[in-house]
Design a protein around this ligand. Structure first.
Ligand code: SAH
Length: 381
């Protein structure tokens, strides 16, 4: 077990630690192990961020934690937007010199938290708003957990709780592997008498643009979560144009990795497929998608493209413009796919598009601070 000096540094975020890590910390500070469990309950189940308020912990323990540089992170909520339909709530948070967004999606008996893993994204997918920000930095595990805690608190206002988690907000989760998986381990653990926002692995999905080393690592990991791969094209030529990462890890390798994931975990991978007018929505695409996935146990989620519009600070014509296909094309694509595969094919309805909270619309211009040049925006890649 790590010593107090190695588990706490100038910036140890207690929100990003598992119960066993908090127990080790307690022992290092000369306290019984159960003090670590109490700390976990305060943070993850009560949502308490102030050590001073944790009154059933000995003062010397709390002071020891503070002296060792430990604190409990809390993302400052900058804006909250509730969609007119009541189907989505978007949260804008400040996360140390960067802003991120999270979305609570309401769908029948499901309350899904769509969480961000990074500030910005390095992958430069041509159709995605976050790609336009470029990569700023990784979020810590505690900051990922905190998004859920704050969304959970919002759901609790209506007597509800978050039932599902998708790592589909800003960023590529598999490029921030350690922090994302640590956060999901903490979340799985949070169940207790006071009912923290625990969500089990069966209701958690990590979505990737196809970072193969990350998929392989997740396949070997004992963390049992769902995997979604953003396929978005049926030929390498088209996919490369839309998603530069395809040059390194082309479609055939992703399909093979999806099979490996199924073989190892017994869970069908979901392929996400964004329909863009005249780019990915032809009859041939539908047929090719059916053929590519025919022998693979998987699900297919069709996402009609959410148009980006001009984002603040970005010239409207600075990027290629993609369009959502007409409804009749979307329906034809889904029908053809269903006729040609035995897979479950779902069509994602846009929730929250009126508040810019739909898939791929999450974008934030970075604030420029006094005395600094404005951060470059819209020069991803
Ligand atoms: N980096 C991860 C997770 C974030 S994107 C990934 O690529 O999977 C979540 C999903 O939104 C992906 O399937 C992506 O292809 C899709 N997406 C991105 N921009 C979109 C847009 N403008 N309209 C519809 N879907 C979009």
């Amino acid at each position: 077990m790590p010593s107090a000096t190695s588990t706490t540094s100038a910036h140890t975020d207690l929100k990003g630690l598992l119960p066993e890590q908090l127990r080790a910390l307690a022992i290092d500070l000369g306290e019984p192990a159960y003090r670590g469990d109490q700390l976990f309950t305060w943070i993850q189940q009560q949502g308490e961020c102030s050590l001073a308020a944790m009154t059933n912990l000995p003062k010397r323990f709390r002071e020891g934690l503070m002296a060792a540089g430990a604190s409990v992170s809390h993302l400052q909520l900058l804006e909250r937007h509730d969609s007119a339909t009541g189907m989505a709530v978007k949260f804008l948070f400040e996360a140390d010199a960067g802003q991120i967004e999270s979305v609570l999606i309401v769908d029948r008996d499901r309350r899904t938290a769509c969480l961000s893993s990074q500030v910005g994204c390095a992958l430069d997918c041509k159709f995605c708003a976050t790609g336009r920000m470029g990569f700023k930095r990784n979020l810590g595990a505690g900051q990922i957990v905190d998004q859920l805690l704050q969304l959970h608190a919002a759901a609790a206002e209506h007597g509800e709780r978050v039932t599902n988690i998708v790592m589909m907000g800003m960023g590529e989760p598999l490029l921030n592997y350690d922090e994302v998986t640590q956060a999901l381990r903490i979340i799985r653990h949070s169940e207790g008498p006071t009912a923290g926002p625990a969500v089990g692995g069966r209701r958690i999905t990590i979505s990737t643009a196809g970072y193969l080393p990350g998929i392989l690592r997740l396949t070997e990991d004992d963390l049992n979560v769902g995997l979604a791969i953003s396929l978005n094209a049926t030929t390498d030529a088209i996919r490369e144009r839309l998603m530069p990462i395809n040059r390194k890890w082309p479609i055939a390798e992703l399909l093979q990795a999806a099979r490996g994931y199924f073989d190892r975990k017994g869970r069908r991978v979901t392929f996400e497929y964004v329909l863009m007018d005249g780019v990915t929505d032809s009859d041939e695409d539908a047929t090719r998608l059916a053929v590519l996935t025919r022998s693979l146990p998987c699900k297919i989620n069709i996402i009609p493209y959410n148009e980006l519009g001009a984002s603040p600070g970005v010239e409207a014509d600075a990027f290629e413009d993609f369009r959502r296909p007409p409804k009749i094309r979307i329906e034809a694509f889904v029908r053809r796919l269903r006729e040609n595969t035995g897979h479950t094919v779902t069509l994602r309805e846009s929730r929250g598009s009126d508040i810019g909270a739909a898939c791929g619309q999450l974008y934030r211009q970075q604030e420029s601070r006094a005395g600094e040049q404005p951060a470059a925006v819209g020069v991803a890649g």
